[in-house]
Design a protein around this ligand. Structure first.
Ligand code: PMP
Length: 484
């Protein structure tokens, strides 16, 4: 073991080249708590990953450079990757990821919260494998218990009369369907969404996604982007009433008084973990309903207990939506989404044809049901509250030390850290954020980056993320910032 450690330290000094050789030759030696490549390269006083009793399997597949070349040749040029030298991630275990060399990283982003319970959670994997062995089918025209069981379990998590479930394959599909429902139910066309929001990449949801419409100028029906009630950057600060007035103006002057619906993430994800001004949703839900519209809560990122204080993000604002959309964490990585609404709204869709070939297929339903079970069994909501509080407290302390941190925000394990070069002007520290982002990867932390200016760290790990992990992220940020 001592020899192994010595060689590994040397390997970090010698550079990355030795790693595959060492990893492959030492992979048979048990190194339970501290994996050989957990050391931060070239930095002995840098914070190190919390120990984790797992050794990844030896990877014998193609290396990153080869994959990158193939991607460039055969995949769309719009496909982007993180990091100057993109990572080839080959294995995941709970809150950790392993690259082609067996190096472990703390996944503080989980692929934008696709993973709720943890990478390859054994109970979820088992449910998927067992169902795959028995039957995978692409249609709901026959009976199968998995879709019905999953719908029942999901409906039991919803408040009020939100009891009718539709399964789809992604968040974009969920929001497309929600928008269709809103238009059919209300008989109106106009949709309202928030600036800085993200609701999908399909041609229908791109219009709702105000973040992307800066880049796409393709008309997507009648869609109005209203002022974002962002307490940090918004012109009215935390004054929900003034932002609600802006929405009212859009209805009065832009839609001739009638709308189909309003959609908002209850905490904006891609936009940089932005919590809406307190009380905002209550005010605008009233306004929208008076104009004949329905209220849609996009819980693709904020649902399933991630906020800690509540199971659903909309509950943090004390509102009851008419339609709720979800995806990502619902399947712990499976392509799965859902729309939940009231029987009254669902009735309108029953008059039309609504069909989704893979929506609610047995394998995804079995996996989704296992996710709900695991989140309850492992008390992940309470865990998110506890660890999230610790993380936010530590980040706020870090903010006192480093002027570049303009804002720390969020709830539970959905946290944003915004970097600015001037605290008063709130000038986005774009270049610095990119440097920190790369530096954290070197230290072993994979974090998210977002916000309109790309100057926000988004910390959204799998929900099994611990206080030690939180400490490591903060210590790594502290270390990286001190080197800026
Ligand atoms: N809504 C929100 C809040 C999202 O963050 C996303 C994805 N980033 C979507 C919808 C779209 O989900 P998908 O990429 O699965 O279509």
């Amino acid at each position: 073991m001592a020899l192994q450690r010595y060689l590994l330290k040397r390997s970090h000094e010698a550079g990355e080249k030795l790693r595959p050789l060492l990893f492959r030759s030492f992979s048979s030696i048990a190194a339970p708590a501290l994996h050989p490549f957990d050391y931060a390269p070239n930095a002995y006083n840098a914070p190190t990953l919390p120990s984790f009793d797992y050794s990844p399997k030896a990877y014998k597949g193609p290396l990153g450079d080869e994959i990158l070349q193939k991607r460039k040749k055969y995949l769309g040029p719009s496909m982007f990757h993180f990091y100057q030298k993109p990572l080839n991630i080959v294995e995941g275990k709970m809150q950790y990821l392993f690259d082609e060399n067996g190096r472990r990283y703390l996944d503080a982003f989980a692929g934008i919260v696709t993973v709720s319970c943890g990478h390859c959670h054994p109970e979820v994997v088992n449910a998927i494998v067992e169902q795959s062995k028995l039957l995978q089918h692409a249609t709901t025209i026959y009976l199968h218990h998995a879709i019905a069981d999953f719908a029942e379990a999901l409906a039991s998590k919803m408040p009020g009369n939100l009891k009718v479930v539709y399964f789809v394959n992604s968040g974009s599909e969920a929001n497309d369907l929600a928008m269709l429902m809103a238009r059919l139910y209300s008989g109106n066309l106009g949709m309202i969404s928030l600036r800085n929001g993200y609701h999908g990449g399909s041609s229908g949801t791109l219009g709702l996604t105000a973040l992307s419409t800066w880049k796409y100028s393709i008309p997507e029906g009648e869609i109005h982007h209203v002022m974002n009630p962002d307490p940090y950057r918004g012109v009215f600060g935390s004054d929900a009433t003034s932002y609600a007035k802006d929405l009212q103006d859009h209805i009065d002057f832009g839609t001739s008084g009638k709308v189909a619906g309003f959609i908002a993430e209850t905490i904006q994800g891609v936009g940089g973990a932005v919590e809406l001004a307190p009380g905002y949703l209550k005010l605008v839900y009233d306004i929208v309903r008076k104009a004949g519209g329905v209220c849609i809560a996009d819980e693709v990122q904020s649902g399933f207990g991630r906020t800690g204080s509540h199971y659903w993000g909309f509950e943090t604002q004390g509102v009851l939506p008419d339609i709720v959309t979800m995806a990502k964490g619902i399947g712990n990585g499976l392509p799965l989404g859902a729309v939940v609404t009231t029987p009254e709204i669902a009735k309108v869709l029953a008059e039309k044809i609504q069909f989704n070939t893979f929506g609610g297929n047995p394998v995804c339903s079995a996996g989704g049901l296992a996710v709900l079970r695991v989140l309850d069994k492992e008390k992940r909501q309470a865990h998110c509250a506890d660890v999230g509080l610790h993380l936010i407290e530590r980040l706020r302390a870090l903010q006192q030390k480093h002027d570049i941190i303009g804002n720390v925000r969020g709830r539970g394990l959905m946290v944003g850290v915004e970097f600015v070069t001037d605290k008063k002007e709130k000038t986005p520290a774009k270049a610095e954020t990119t440097v920190l982002f790369e530096k954290l990867r070197e230290l072993g932390v994979l974090i998210g980056k977002g916000g309109l200016h790309g100057n926000v760290f988004r910390i959204k790990p799998p929900m099994c993320f611990t206080k030690d992990d939180a400490d490591f992220v903060v210590d790594a940020m502290d270390y990286a910032m001190s080197k800026l």
